[in-house]
Design a protein around this ligand. Structure first.
Ligand SMILES: *[C@@H]1O[C@H](CO)[C@@H](O)[C@H](O)[C@H]1NC(C)=O
Ligand SMILES: *[C@@H]1O[C@H](CO)[C@@H](O)[C@H](O)[C@H]1NC(C)=O
Ligand SMILES: *[C@@H]1O[C@H](CO)[C@@H](O)[C@H](O)[C@H]1NC(C)=O
Ligand SMILES: *[C@@H]1O[C@H](CO)[C@@H](O)[C@H](O)[C@H]1NC(C)=O
Length: 512
């Protein structure tokens, strides 16, 4: 929309230099007319015009006479203008028309007799409830058809059978309850039917889509994986449906599949992924898995199994996954994490284990980790051998655990630590903890420390910034010198520091 604003501001300038340009329009480039807030279709548009853009206007009806004789017109865009109807044959004679966009209007029908030159047709956000076979007759060059957010409840794909060049079809957000007929769309690469109410697909629906690469069926009522998915698929999205399992028979042909999104279903078992020999991304968040699926393909780079019911993590599950970079296991019930379970994942940089039942930091995590989230577990103690391998760690989140002490000597194992979250733990604010505070300040790590639970006289004090604890410990000979040193240093540590907005939800994939 910004373009239109700019055009509007510049309009008086241009209109004075180009007297032939219609009122409230700008004709900045030769053969291009842009109009904004017009009350009717401008009359004086030159017949040599190639591109017309009109938006935020009031044009109730589009008529044959509005574009009559514009035989050079390639692109016609009329959006957000309350258009309710298009007179029959309005576009029929426009032999050069390639792009027609009429989105965000009030159209009830696809305009009739569209010219065979048409390549892109966008009719999203209208009131179209039915598609007829005759609507698309002869559109042999149509590549892109977007009819999202209309009122189509049921669709026979026979209707679309003349679209032999169609590459991209978008039918999102129509509340569609059924589709039938088979889809003879030999060029189709991209099919999106997100946010409808489809419970199933006819048996051979996908069989003839030999070139389909991207299929998005997120947000439907599917209880099963659609049958006969084409081998060509690169991306399959089935999030927010009602799937209970993934069967080998449904997916084993998908050898080129790179992305499989199954989050937010009710999946309790997954089979067949071992055949997906190109899979790099597997999304299974918000299902009912009790364990990580076995025999995952070695090509995987990202696995999201957060919000499931997984109880333990074993080396067996991860022994093949040398390419894995991102692993999300947050919000499960993991209580057992086998020592070295992820040791074969020698590229792993991001591990999310928050909201589980771990009582210690897992042992022998890969040294490549840059980010480790253990927020909301039951960790009481941090030990040397747990951290000794983590020399690339940049972000460590231990918020909301049961940790009461942290030995300063452990910090030497984390030379790259930039952010440390320790709040929500029952800190025992001894003078030893002050030593840790000093070591963290010296490293320049940004720390969220939290408050002391004990001893009684320090309760509620923020241990990373409290002057009071400093004074108490000043009485100990050992720390007398330290106090002066710390006070003199300009510190970037504070209980109120902030790291790039909301650090709770901050996942840096490209941390190095
Ligand atoms: C427009 O065309 C449709 C069929 O293509 C026809 O049913 C309708 O009567 C026509 N309308 C007018 C006003 O001619
Ligand atoms: C799978 O991908 C390869 C390499 O891009 C390609 O040559 C092959 O045709 C694809 N297979 C299918 C069934 O599309
Ligand atoms: C944790 O997962 C459960 C489903 O297993 C879900 O209902 C809940 O909202 C999730 N909690 C968070 C904080 O994501
Ligand atoms: C805090 O640490 C001191 C010194 O190590 C110890 O004596 C005390 O019992 C600890 N308090 C709690 C509540 O753990």
């Amino acid at each position: 929309m910004q373009v239109f604003y700019i055009v509007f501001i510049l309009f008086p300038l241009y209109s004075s230099r180009t007297p032939a340009c219609p009122r409230r329009c700008s004709c900045d480039l030769p053969r291009r007319v842009q109009c904004y807030r017009v009350g009717e279709m401008p009359k004086e548009i030159a017949s040599t015009t190639r591109r017309i853009y009109i938006s935020h206007s009031k044009i109730k009806m589009l008529q044959v006479t509005d574009v009559l004789g514009m035989s050079y017109l390639e692109e016609f865009v009329l959006t957000c203008s309350g258009t309710e109807s298009v007179e029959n044959n309005t576009f029929k004679a426009l032999g050069a028309l390639r792009i027609l966009e009429l989105w965000k209007n009030k159209l009830r029908h696809v305009p009739s007799s569209l010219p065979p030159s048409l390549e892109v047709l966008k009719l999203g956000d209208n009131l179209i409830s039915i598609l007829h076979e005759s609507d698309f007759e002869g559109l042999k060059n149509l590549r892109v058809l977007d009819i999202q957010s209309n009122l189509i409840l049921t669709l026979s794909f026979i209707t679309l059978s003349s679209l032999s060049s169609l590459q991209s079809l978008t039918l999102d957000g129509n509340d569609m309850e059924s589709v039938f007929g088979s889809s003879h769309l030999p060029s189709l690469k991209h099919l999106s039917m997100e946010n409808n109410k489809l419970p199933s697909f006819p048996a051979s629906f996908f069989t003839s889509l030999h070139n389909l690469l991207f299929l998005n069926l997120n947000g439907n009522f599917l209880t099963d994986t659609p049958p006969d998915l084409p081998k060509s698929l690169l991306s399959l999205k089935l999030e927010r449906n009602q799937l209970k399992m993934l069967r080998a028979g449904d997916v084993k042909q998908l050898a080129n599949l790179s992305e499989l999104c199954l989050s937010e279903n009710q999946i309790s078992s997954v089979d067949g992924v071992q055949y997906l020999s190109s899979l790099t991304r597997l999304e299974l968040a918000g299902n009912k898995l009790q364990a990580i699926p076995l025999r995952l393909p070695a090509t995987l780079q990202k696995i999201d199994c957060s919000n499931n019911l997984i109880r333990q993590i074993t080396a067996q599950e991860f022994r093949n996954l040398q390419e894995l970079k991102h692993l999300f296991l947050d919000n499960n019930t993991v209580a057992t994490f086998e020592d070295g379970a992820l040791q074969k994942c020698t590229l792993l940089s991001n591990l999310a284990l928050e909201q589980n039942l771990l009582s210690s930091i897992p042992l022998s995590l890969p040294h490549t980790l840059a980010r480790l989230d253990l927020k909301g577990n039951s960790i009481q103690r941090i030990q040397e051998q747990e951290l000794s391998n983590l020399r690339h760690l940049q972000v460590l989140n231990l918020r909301n655990n049961k940790i009461s002490s942290l030995d300063y000597s452990l910090l030497k194992y984390l030379p790259r630590l930039r952010y440390l979250y320790l709040d929500g733990n029952p800190w025992n604010c001894t003078c030893d903890l002050l030593r840790t505070r000093r070591a963290l300040m010296a490293k320049g790590t940004e720390v969220k420390g939290g408050q002391c639970t004990s001893p009684t006289e320090s309760q509620g004090e923020a241990w990373m910034s409290s002057q009071r604890i400093l004074r108490v410990c000043a009485h100990h000979n050992l720390y007398a010198a330290d106090v002066g040193e710390e006070n003199g240093k300009k510190s970037n540590v504070d209980e109120t520091f902030s790291v790039r907005g909301n650090t709770d939800d901050y996942y840096d994939y490209e941390i190095d």
